[in-house]
Design a protein around this ligand. Structure first.
Ligand SMILES: Nc1ncnc2c1ncn2[C@@H]1O[C@H](COP(=O)(O)OP(=O)(O)OP(=O)(O)O)[C@@H](O)[C@H]1O
Ligand SMILES: [Mg+2]
Length: 316
């Protein structure tokens, strides 16, 4: 197998190739690239065989792994993805650092504008100051969303499993959104049974629910309602629903709303401010719990967002 044209082709490949023979328990072939990497070490091969990973980190470098088996032979085709990983990390760090650095100046501008607004009597100047206040509030929300995403993608993004009283989490969110809901004249109804618990990361599920409930209020109408429900399925999965009687989402946009920075129909969103990051945060949090999020919506009638959190240990 290792001679002739096969050997010459594989030696030209930028991928590292390793073939292991289960019958004799030995590596029977490696191509030139693999040997050049200098990773033909027992611990590396053991890791490959044991975990059959799709990605592997070894001595500070990252490799993507494809596995092909044929009888007793197991071939691993590896690609060095360290430059891609370094780039992704640099991008994430950059976004996180910039967001962090923007936090302080934005809040300084905000508090100065607030003071000036309160002291100003000239209605024209007051209007300008009010616009500054609104815009800084938007910037603050954007920076906040970016920091949440950065945290979720970093080590802090790990799920800290705990028993969480969902009804209380929702009560607290309703309390925090009270002013906003009153302003919009929308009623939020917590239908989660007293004492209902869910095994999840309480802090992150709080962020998820806040985003869904905030949307349900934001994209609602005067006199509208928001219902929050939770139930446990037979297999232990917890299903949480946030339903509203709001403006709804046209069918064609449904597959797009979970994308970063996506906002439905700019013209209708113009008066309703937002960054379009909320639902991507929701999706990310559901996914790291091994769960899912889905949406049903009818334009002009309302929307229903359904999050499923499987029992711990059943994560994919
Ligand atoms: N309950 C809802 N009813 C109607 N449209 C909704 C609802 N939830 C989300 N949308 C639509 O999906 C888009 C994306 O929502 P997402 O929460 O990601 O962003 P956002 O609310 O615009 O901004 P933010 O980052 O501040 O949450 C929204 O712009 C809105 O058009
Ligand atoms: Mg939102």
């Amino acid at each position: 197998m290792t001679d002739g044209i096969f050997k010459r082709i594989t030696d030209l490949s930028p991928c590292g190739i390793l073939i292991y023979d289960n019958r004799i328990g030995e590596v029977v072939y490696t191509n030139q690239t693999f040997r050049d990497w200098g990773i033909l070490k027992t611990e590396f091969v053991e890791k490959l065989l044991k975990d059959k990973p799709r990605e592997i980190e070894f001595k500070g470098r990252f490799y993507s792994v494809k596995t092909v088996s044929d009888g007793d032979k197991l071939a691993f085709i590896l690609e060095d993805i360290t430059p891609l990983k370094t780039y992704q990390r640099a991008k994430k760090d950059f976004v996180a650092n910039v967001s962090h650095e923007l936090k302080t100046p934005i809040s300084v501008i905000q508090s100065i504008a607030e003071t000036l607004y309160m002291e100003e009597e000239d209605p024209i100047k007051k209007r300008f100051l009010n616009r500054i206040l609104k815009r800084t509030a938007e910037m603050e929300a954007l920076v906040e969303d970016l920091l949440v995403l950065a945290a979720l993608e970093s080590k802090e993004g790990k799920v800290l499993w705990e028993k969480v009283n969902l009804r209380s989490v929702v009560d607290e969110i309703i309390q925090n959104l009270k002013g906003f809901a009153q302003e919009k004249q929308v009623e939020i109804i917590n239908e989660i049974p007293e004492g209902f618990t869910c095994l999840c990361d309480g802090h992150k599920i709080g962020i998820l629910l806040r985003n869904l409930i905030e949307n349900a209020v934001k994209y609602n109408r005067e006199g509208g309602k928001v219902f929050v429900r939770a139930k446990r399925e037979k297999d232990g999965t917890v299903t949480v629903e946030v339903e509203d009687t709001g403006i709804g989402i046209p069918k064609k946009y449904l597959p797009l709303i979970f994308e970063r920075f996506y906002r439905v129909d700019k013209s209708r969103s113009r008066e309703i401010r937002g960054t379009g990051l909320g639902l991507s945060i929701v999706k990310h949090i559901a996914l790291i719990h091994g769960g899912t999020v889905e949406v049903e919506s009818e334009e002009g009638k309302g929307s229903l967002f359904r999050v499923k959190i499987p029992p711990k240990g059943r994560q994919n």
